[in-house]
Ligand binder design. Sequence first.
Ligand code: NAD
Length: 495
Amino acid sequence: MKRISHWVDGRIIAGKSGRTGPVYNPALGEQVAEVDLASAAEVDLAVETARAAFPAWRATSLARRSEVLFRMREVLDANRKEVAAAVMAEHGKVLSDAEGEVARGLENLEFACGAPYLLRGGHSEQVARGVDVYSVLEPLGVVAGITPFNFPAMVPLWMFSNAIACGNCFVLKPSEKDPSASLLLAVLWKQAGLPDGVLNVIQGDREAVERILAHPDVAAISFVGSTPVARHIYETGTRNGKRVQALGGAKNHMVVLPDADVDMAADAAVSAGYGSAGERCMAISVVVAVGTVADPLVRAIAERIPRVKVGPGDDPSSEMGPLITGEHRQHVAGYLEPDALGEARLVVDGRASVPAGPGFYLGPSLVDHVQPASSVYAEEIFGPVLSVVRVGTYEEALQLVNANPYANGVALFTRDGGAARRFQVDVEVGMVGVNVPIPVPVSYYSFGGWKASLFGDTHMYGPDGVRFFTRTKVVTSRWPDPASSSVDLGFPQNR
Ligand code: NAD
C-alpha cells in the first residue's frame, strides 16, 4: 500500500506515530494509500524546523523572495496536469475541474509575486520639526495552515503564497482525506528555489491540529473547513494568543427574480449545484424562486439533470465525479429520506442515476417546495442535492437569505439593474454574484463569508491575506537639522 508521509526541512520524513489513515480513490471506491497521522512530537519538529528557517528567510531581500515566487509560478504552471491528476485521484472531482482548481491557485501565486509592491509601508514627513513617522510590514514568524479536503491544491495556495511572500515560514496540515497534492506542491516549491524549512507539510488529523493550536511558536493559524471545527480553531487559537482566520461552512442561495432569463438561470443552477458533486463551499445549495418563475425554472433544471454525465474523473466525458468517501455519500443520501425532506417533493432522485460499481457516487438530486424548517434546508449538505424554496416576493427572498446562519456566497438572477443594485446593498452575505452563480473573488480581492462562514477579522488571500500574514511596526524618528551638528558636514550652515 502506498504510504504518504510528511515533508520537513525539504525532504520526505516517514511518520513515527504508529497511526495512519486510509486514502481512497473515490471513483473506484477502494483504498489506494495510507497517510501518516502526526503525533504532537512530529508537529513540534515541523514547527522547530520552520522557526530555525525564519531568520534567514525574513532577511532574504524582497527581490530574491519574489524571484522564488515567479519561479514557483512557472514550475507549477509546467506541472499543473500532474497536480490536477493527484487531486482527481484522491478527491474524485473530474479532471477539468481539478485543472480549474490549480488555475485558481496559480492566480494566488501571481498576486504574491507582487510582494515588493504589496509590502510597502507608509511615510509621513515632518510630523514635527525634524520628525518623520513611517510604518513597515513585518512577517509574523511561524504560521500554520489547516485545510479541507475539497480543494487540496487551491486552498493551500490561497494561504502559503502570501504567507511565504511576506517572509513567514509555514507549516501546512492538509486534509487527511486527500494529502498527496500538498506534498507535490512542497516538492515544486523546492524546485523553485525555496530554502528548506520555509515550507513544511505535516500530515494528520485532530491530534496534529490540537498541537498546532497549543504550540507557543505558532504565531498565526489560517483555517478553512466546516463551521464547528472553524469555531473551535478560532476560539482555542485566539485564547492561546494566536492570530486566527477560520473560514467555515456555507449554505449558498441563488435568488431568481420573475424577470430572469430562465435558461441562463437553470444552466447556472445545474453547474453551480452539481459541479464537483456539490462539494464546494461556494456551491449553490438553495434556489429561491420568486413568484411566477418557479414552475418554468424547476422544469428547466429538471430537464437538464439527466444530461449531467456522472462518472470517473479521468473519463473526459464525465461532468460530475463521486463524493469523497462512502460514509459521506451515505450521509448526503440521507437528505433524500422522508424525515429530512418534510413536506418537500423529490423531483429528481440521484440515487437512481448512479454508475455501476463500488465508487462513492450519488447522482444529482432536485427537491422542490422545500420548507426552511426541514433539515434539507437547515443543514449544510455538501453534496449534489439542490433545494428549491418558493417565495412570493423579493422581500421574502431577502429575509430568507439574511436569516440563514451561514453567509458565504449568494447570487441574484435578474435582468433589472436596479433590482440587482438594491439586492447587493440589502443582502448580508460576504460574496455576492449578479447573474454569476459562484462569485469567488479574483486573487486581487479577498475571499470570505460573514456570520457562521467566517470567524476572524480578515478574509482570505488578496490584500487581506497580506494584512493577515504581517504585523505593522510604526517608527517615529527625529534627526536634528545638520546646521546644529558640531561636526562640519559640509553644509553651508556649519561654516
Ligand atoms: P473539516 O472541518 O472536517 O476538516 C477541515 C480540517 O480540519 C482538516 O484538515 C481536518 O483534518 C481538520 N479537522 C477535522 N475535524 C477536526 C476536529 N474535530 N478538530 C480539529 N481539527 C479537525 O472539513 P472538510 O470536511 O475537510 O471540508 C468541508 C467543509 O469545509 C465544508 O463545511 C465546507 O463548506 C468547508 N469549506 C469552506 C470554505 C470556505 O472558504 N468558507 C472552503 C472550502 C471548504
